[in-house]
Design a protein around this ligand. Structure first.
Ligand code: GUN
Ligand code: ZN
Length: 643
């Protein structure tokens, strides 16, 4: 069972519970334990490093008489002395490395069950990157058939249904969609080790994103063989929840040290300079002089500490809603990783579905690739479809870096409006009409004061396009605005309605702004607080992100004016009494949801007949609400009974 606790990008912090009731938090990495070598003892992995799950190889155990006997007698957990979650692999990787394996799918699944593994793996066929489309497709069918067989046999064991498909995005999506309909518990994405070994990260991004498209969001996704700290932020951002690493030990045997910037050969390093618990107090000379097995153990431990530290960092950034930033920073340490980051641009649409509508904290620009983030795309899309210019004349102002953009321009903007011009700032986001400038992400963003060439070209191009599309007839520079304007205007009201359009769409905004409209502003900051329309308090504006929370009266207006499913989450009858009292909506009770709803978006909870019963913020999107079996779908603010 898998539950999403926090999210950012496609990433999630999840709670995964095995059938035997062991729980673990994701994202998590499972160190690979070779049952014959045990570079670091499993008990140590648990106690000292804090790993709550590991992966080992059932094929090796089965082929080693002594281990086989002990595993079948005492069980795998006792054999390894590991109290956490144990995943086993099936021998597929051995067939990738050495050719054929001498075991059938049925035998290896049965064996994994017999030794008490928590999560077993199908004997999938490893699809190599250089295989033809046809060969890949043929082998996929076999893997799917074996997965069906494993699901029928699995009993109390959970099962890994491995997504294969070589580098073919259509086959990856096909394979993932087929897996999604089967009774598997975890979805590894397999066949990617050669891509990672060869630094083919752009293709890795293709493979992961295509697989994610087809998969069931209620199951954790494991990126098979990915365990390098430099990749964890990017892979988590793409929605991978589980990782495994054999390289911590394999690299150690070759005197190679890992960290978030890459892999470093001991012979090339000029100093150790590592403060991890394994290296602390040790000089590079001492490390070089150590005997081989002691050195390997120390380097393996160093590698493990790098992994645990980076995973902690990834989780922190994820919780803070800043994982894009971390992934961008990490991907700048190797040109091939930068290719991966750049390839993500192709998946902006796919990622936009999952991207929260606002977040705490600011959007930091780390370089031109930051524009690939869905937050840029969403702003421009909504500006294009939901913005209605109050006048036909525009006055363009330069970005002075002041935030909100209108603050340094208070006088000039008023003058422009008196002359009938709509003030628009040419910003790194593209054009920002003055009415929107306090709203997330515009005011909550930070760009370098020295723009790069791409930002300059893009913001000019986007502004030019917008001027045409929005239907401005006259466009002038801000400093050319005539002095003698006499038009009356109400800047607060223009802002109030523009934000409502942006957030809820034009039809809903019309219903929310039925005249007479009165705005309550903060005495301290002058900012809009409440919107009172026709005597009803319909909206409140949050100071932090300059966006609205929807009140029950406002929800009722939208429901009568705009047909379902707009902004709706419909729940079943048994949930109605609870939600009306202000309790949160859980996935099991959701009947339907507007597919346009994004995480953290304001929604209207209704009963099955479209009667509004509460307002709140969506935590999940439609496809997740439909498929998740557990967890919160809507954080309810107020139910109809509260008011
Ligand atoms: N370990 C690394 N890659 C793979 C894979 O594609 N399948 C299996 N079963 N194990 C792996
Ligand atoms: Zn170290």
């Amino acid at each position: 069972m898998f539950e999403i606790i926090r999210r950012d990008g496609l990433a999630r912090i999840g709670k995964f519970t095995t059938k035997s009731g062991k729980t673990m938090e994701t994202p998590a990495l499972l160190p690979v334990v070779n049952p014959k070598i045990r570079t670091v003892e499993p008990r140590e992995l648990y106690d000292r490093f804090g790993f709550r799950a590991l992966i080992t190889n059932s094929y090796i155990i089965r082929n080693t008489p002594k281990l086989k006997e002990e595993a079948q007698e005492k069980g795998l957990h006792e054999l390894l002395d590991f109290p956490g979650v144990i995943m086993t692999d099936s021998g597929t990787f051995q067939s990738h490395m050495y050719g054929e394996v001498e075991v059938t799918n049925e035998e290896i699944v049965e064996f994994q069950k017999s030794i008490g593994t928590d999560i077993g793996t199908v004997l999938d066929i490893f699809t190599e990157p250089d295989w033809s489309h046809e060969k890949t497709k043929r082998s996929l069918e076999t893997t799917l058939e074996r997965t069906r067989q494993a699901c029928d046999m699995k009993g109390d064991m959970m099962i890994n249904g491995v997504v294969q498909g070589s580098v073919y995005t259509d086959l990856r999506e096909y394979s993932a969609s087929a897996m999604a309909t089967m009774d598997v518990d975890v979805h590894p994405i397999g066949g990617v080790v050669p891509l990672m070994e060869q630094y083919r990260y752009a293709e890795l991004v293709d493979v992961v994103m295509a697989s994610k498209k087809g998969l069931n969001p209620s199951r954790p996704v494991h990126l098979f063989g990915c365990g390098h700290p430099m990749l964890l932020a990017l892979a988590t951002l793409m929605g991978c929840d589980l990782f495994d690493s054999a390289s911590y030990a394999l690299y150690a045997r070759d005197d190679r040290l890992m960290d978030v910037t890459g892999t470093h050969r001991l012979q090339d390093m000029q100093s150790l300079d590592c403060n991890c618990p394994a290296c602390r107090g040790i000089s590079i000379e001492e490390l070089r002089r150590m005997d081989k097995s002691k050195r390997s153990k120390l380097i393996a431990e160093h590698n493990l500490y790098q992994i645990t530290e980076e995973l902690a960092t990834v989780r922190r950034y994820l919780r803070e809603g800043r994982l894009w930033e971390l992934a961008e920073i990490r991907c700048r340490s190797h040109p091939a990783l930068l290719d991966g980051l750049r390839r993500l641009r192709e998946y902006q649409d796919q990622m936009e579905f999952y991207d929260p509508i606002s977040r705490e904290g600011a959007v930091f620009y780390t370089g031109p690739e930051s524009r690939n983030r869905p937050v840029y795309r969403r702003y421009l899309d909504r500006l294009g479809t939901r913005y209605v210019p109050p006048t036909r004349k525009a006055a363009l102002f330069e970005d002075t870096q002041g935030k909100p953009y209108s603050r340094p321009y208070a006088e000039q903007f008023a003058k422009a409006r008196r002359a009938g011009y709509t003030p628009i700032v040419v910003s790194p986001w593209g054009p920002v009409p003055a009415e929107l400038d306090e709203m997330y992400p515009l005011a909550q963003s930070l760009f370098p004061s020295i723009p790069d060439a791409e930002t300059e070209t893009e913001s000019e191009r986007l502004t030019f396009l917008f001027m045409q599309k929005a239907g401005f007839e006259t466009v002038i520079e801000g400093d050319k605005v005539p002095d003698d304007g006499t038009e009356e205007f109400d800047a607060d009201k223009l802002r109030a309605k523009a934000v409502a359009r942006y957030q809820f769409g034009n039809e809903a905004a019309e219903a929310l702004f039925r005249e007479p409209v009165e705005l309550v502003t903060s005495r301290k900051t002058g900012k809009i607080r409440n919107v009172i329309s026709d005597g009803e308090h319909v909206l409140s504006m949050r100071a932090g992100d300059g966006m609205y929370t929807l009140r029950m009266e406002g929800a009722k207006r939208i429901v009568s004016a705009v047909p379902a499913p707009h902004m709706r989450v419909a729940v079943s009858d048994d949930a109605v009494p609870f939600v009306s009292e202000g309790k949160n909506v859980f996935c099991q009770f959701v009947l339907s949801c507007d597919p346009e709803v994004r995480p953290m978006e304001e929604v209207i909870v209704t009963d099955k007949d479209d009667k509004p019963i509460a307002t709140g913020r969506a935590f999940l999107i439609e496809s997740e609400m439909r498929q998740m079996r557990k967890g919160m779908a809507v954080k309810v603010r107020s139910g109809s009974d509260d008011e």
